[in-house]
Design a protein around this ligand. Structure first.
Ligand SMILES: Cc1ncc(COP(=O)(O)O)c(C=O)c1O
Length: 437
């Protein structure tokens, strides 16, 4: 099954060293269940659920059929001033599993768009409350909130922003939640309040009444599974409540079962005001994101506008696209009918034990994990961040896909994986890391 492309030159690939990749391409020709088939016919276990988005496994016929049928029946409906049944049905399904009172859903086409939409919802809400002083947003170091200008402005990753210097003003970053003393800690580290008090310091410095919202990933995913220390999210919630600040959880990775509960909000028992989501919403089968908000936010914005007026001047040509909604509904049905979030719970201990077993390898300098997600840091080479991608490449040819961010590898198996699949994944990982030791 050798793949012959006429040319790899024209496609400018995202987040990829294009020149290097095109000399040694790694193309996926087929995907089924937890396995991919590369263009040379090799089998690759998908150890990161693609990019955290395919928990029900690749090639789900129910989803493909639903999209096919939808496209035949009604391929596109203009989403402004008209609608189609699917977006209302999917919003109902999503709001059925979001924590109360988060019951209103705005659809986007990606996680990045969800984050930028959430920023605008915060502005619209405070505007509707007549509170125009709240212009400052708080984010965190090592945060990843996508690649649109709002998300980049919130981002705490230097490479994602240093060549894009013109970002949104009035954003301040709290410290990230990785601490030297927590290396190889299992589960949530202790003493999160101290880190969360960064927000209190911002309130003391700028005035809590000038802060519109705080954006955090409950577990920072893309920078390597930074687990919130105990009390951290609760303390953020408390400070937000005391100061009228909106708390936004970016659940683009953690949403839809990754931690064994529908959302991280459930896993940590802290309810935000707004949640962003994407990825597993459609099991990765159609591009789609969403922002879910508390009733009070929806009611305030919608009721605050004059009768007959558009309340929120925002939306995308493909907001709630019929095919994406069909995929979303079929994916949500699979999660429910196959009890996949419950199944995740049964796999978590086995997976976490397997991940932490790497601790004996000299090349590993830290392991962090929660739910069905874990990350390991490899000892950096001469240039920090350069070794990880080399390992990632070797892993692919050895039969395992792992998402790397610099020197951090991030494991996120599919919820349909068996214990044997997880053992196979760890065997390939250990064998490959030994090549670099
Ligand atoms: C927490 C978080 N927010 C936003 C995004 C951006 O999502 P997308 O790549 O779909 O735009 C990601 C992507 O990994 C993410 O992890």
């Amino acid at each position: 099954m050798e793949f012959v492309a006429n040319s790899l030159e024209e496609h400018w690939m995202p987040f990829t060293p294009n020149r290097e990749f095109k000399e040694e391409p790694r193309l996926v020709a087929e995907s089924k269940g937890i396995y991919l088939t590369d263009h040379k016919g090799g089998t690759v276990l998908d150890g990161s659920s693609g990019l955290f988005c395919v928990p029900a496994g690749h090639g789900r016929r129910e989803i493909a059929d639903a999209v096919h049928e939808q496209l035949i029946k009604n391929d596109y409906t203009a989403p402004f001033q008209m609608g189609h049944p699917g977006s209302f049905q999917l919003a109902k399904m999503v709001s059925a599993i979001t924590p109360e009172p988060i019951n209103h859903v705005f659809f986007t086409n990606s996680g990045s768009e969800a984050v930028d939409t959430a920023l605008k919802i915060c502005m619209a809400y405070h505007g509707a409350c007549g509170d125009h002083r709240r212009q400052r947003f708080v984010s965190r170091e090592r945060a990843y909130h996508g690649v649109n200008m709002g998300g980049v402005s919130l981002s705490g990753m230097v490479k994602n922003r240093d060549i894009f210097p013109v970002c949104m003003p009035y954003i301040v970053n709290m410290r990230h939640t990785w601490r030297e003393k927590d290396r190889f800690n299992r589960g949530q580290p202790e003493n999160g309040e101290e880190l969360a008090n960064d927000l209190q310091r911002f309130c003391d410095t700028y005035g809590g009444h000038t802060i519109a919202a705080v954006f955090v990933e409950p577990v920072a995913g893309s920078t390597g599974c930074l687990v919130p220390p105990k009390g951290y999210l609760d303390r953020l919630r408390e400070i937000c409540d005391q100061n009228g600040i909106l708390l936004v959880f970016d659940e683009v990775i953690t949403g839809f079962g990754r931690l064994g509960t529908p959302f991280a909000a459930d896993a940590f028992g802290v309810t935000p005001d707004i949640m962003t989501m994407a990825k597993a919403l459609t099991n990765g089968c159609q591009p789609m994101g969403a922002v879910a908000v508390k009733d009070e936010i929806y009611d305030t914005v919608v009721d605050g506008a004059p009768d007959g007026a558009i309340e929120f001047f925002h939306g995308y040509t493909y907001s709630g696209h019929p095919a994406a909604c069909a995929a979303g509904m079929a994916a949500q049905k699979i999660y429910r009918d196959e009890n996949l979030f419950g199944r995740t719970k049964e796999l978590i201990d086995h997976f976490q034990n397997a991940a932490y077993a790497l601790e004996d390898m000299d090349i590993i300098t830290d392991i962090r994990g929660y739910g069905l997600m874990a990350a390991f840091d490899v000892k950096p080479g001469a240039v920090a961040g350069a070794l990880g991608p080399q390992i990632q490449k070797r892993l692919f040819w050895n039969g395992l896909h792992v998402k790397f961010t610099g020197d951090a590898g991030i494991l996120a198996p599919q919820f349909i994986a068996t214990r044997d699949n997880i053992d196979e994944m760890m065997d390939i990982l250990r064998r490959t890391l030994t090549e670099f030791s």
